[in-house]
Design a protein around this ligand. Structure first.
Ligand code: SF4
Ligand code: SF4
Length: 399
């Protein structure tokens, strides 16, 4: 056995098969199939790494059905590093035994989102994807942004409390320009200087999860370089899926650079809740019921659950509530909602019903993928704005 498979097996062997994770797994909850549970998936990886099970389409399918939500990891008493285990399995096996359609879809999406012509080619690709089964999340995208308008320095108004770098990610220009504008408006007003490095790239999550480690490492190198050498107190992410990936960068050829960037990364909700003193906030009252969705990446990797509630709790007269169903995944999981449409929509149903039951005036979520998926699920059922919490704060901040 090769060394990488040895270490894969060693981590998989940490699983004591207690099954405590199964009720927290969205695919197991849908299927009641052991192969679609964390324990079952780990057993499949063990069988393959030990040479007992060949890599067939039948073995691959339940492993590819995993959303990498990491709900299992969060509750595992044996501390199985499930996310890393699955990424390494996928890196070892690449695209082998995947259908041609699945490979083409995954590759087209990743290439389109990484294109320098994000606002044109990327949107055209997503429009095309929206016409395919499973593409509904990408319909009715908000107006695109132009990253050229965002790059550079955005100094604090008055005394600077802090200097941060802003990580954009590949979906910002295509689908979340309003959040970038809100951040660049709000943070300088709160006394935070923001630098948006031009040579940054996609975080690499989609490549990593698709088993394309070489491309992911290339993107990591660009981001390590883009944010290095600047006196930044933090690197802020506003899509928790990207923040989670940046926080766990592992680069075989640049361990120190990866660790240095990861150590600085924070999700914007945590940064604002912990670093901006109360006296800097001057929020206008808002008589509204605001429902907070905490994405899996925000809970399980960024460990920032509850920070958005603290922040929004500063809004006078607002009623801030957390979406019930602690630990529930919405089914988005980046490109999963397109590549595994049926499962993604089935998983979303429970979350959409919980949102409708809560009847909020706003739904806020810190991950653009979740926002797109939930907007699509609410379409035709309720007219609830689904926005990033910073958009609400920027609208209400009076100074
Ligand atoms: S990461 Fe999520 S979907 Fe995958 S096995 Fe764990 S709980 Fe299930
Ligand atoms: S909770 Fe951990 S040890 Fe128990 S079955 Fe799940 S992954 Fe294995």
């Amino acid at each position: 056995m090769t060394a990488p498979l040895d270490s894969l097996l060693a981590d998989a062997d940490l699983c004591v098969k207690c099954g405590l994770c199964s009720p927290h797994c969205p695919t197991y909850r849908q299927t009641s199939d052991e192969n679609e549970s964390p324990r079952g998936r780990i057993a499949l990886i063990q069988g393959w790494a030990a040479g007992r099970l060949p890599l067939t389409a039948a073995l691959r399918e339940p492993l590819d059905d995993c959303l990498l939500c990491r709900n299992c990891e969060a509750v595992c008493p044996a501390k199985v590093p499930y996310g890393n285990l699955m990424d390494r399995f996928r890196a070892e096996t690449g695209q082998r035994q995947k259908s041609l359609a699945a490979r083409a879809m995954s590759s087209a999406l990743r290439k389109a989102l990484r294109s320098p012509a994000l606002s044109s080619l990327g949107r055209r690709a997503l429009d095309a994807a929206a016409q395919l089964p499973g593409g509904s999340a990408w319909k009715h995208l908000p107006p695109a942004g132009n990253p050229e308008d965002w790059y550079g320095d955005h100094p604090a108004a008055g005394e600077s409390l802090s200097h941060v770098g802003l990580f954009l990610g590949c979906t910002a220009a295509v689908a979340d320009a309003a959040t970038v504008s809100a951040i660049l408006e709000l943070l300088p007003r709160l006394g935070v200087s923001v630098t948006v490095p031009k040579n940054q790239a996609c975080c690499g999550a989609m490549d990593l999860h698709a088993g394309d480690a070489a491309t992911a490492h290339g993107l990591m190198s660009r981001n390590i370089e883009a944010f290095a050498g600047q006196p930044l107190d933090a690197v802020i992410g506003f899509a928790s899926g990207c923040s989670a990936t940046l926080m766990e960068y592992r680069h075989p050829a640049d361990t120190a650079g990866a660790e240095s960037l990861s150590a600085k990364v924070q999700d914007i909700g945590r940064f604002l809740a912990e670093r901006i003193p109360a006296e800097r906030w001057a929020l206008a009252p808002l008589r509204a019921r605001i429902l907070v969705h905490n994405p899996c990446s925000l809970r399980n990797v960024c460990k920032s659950e509850g920070k958005v509630e603290v922040l929004l709790g500063r809004i006078p007269e607002a009623e801030v509530i957390t979406l019930p169903g602690k630990g529930r995944c919405c089914g988005a999981a980046g490109s999963y909602m397109i590549e595994h449409r049926r499962m993604a929509e089935a998983i979303r149903t429970e979350t959409v019903e919980a949102i409708l039951a809560a009847a909020p005036d706003y739904l806020v979520t810190s991950n653009i993928g979740c926002a797109l998926h939930l907007r699509a699920g609410l379409q035709g059922r309720a007219d609830i704005p689904v926005i990033h919490p910073v958009q609400l704060l920027a609208r209400l901040q009076r100074v």
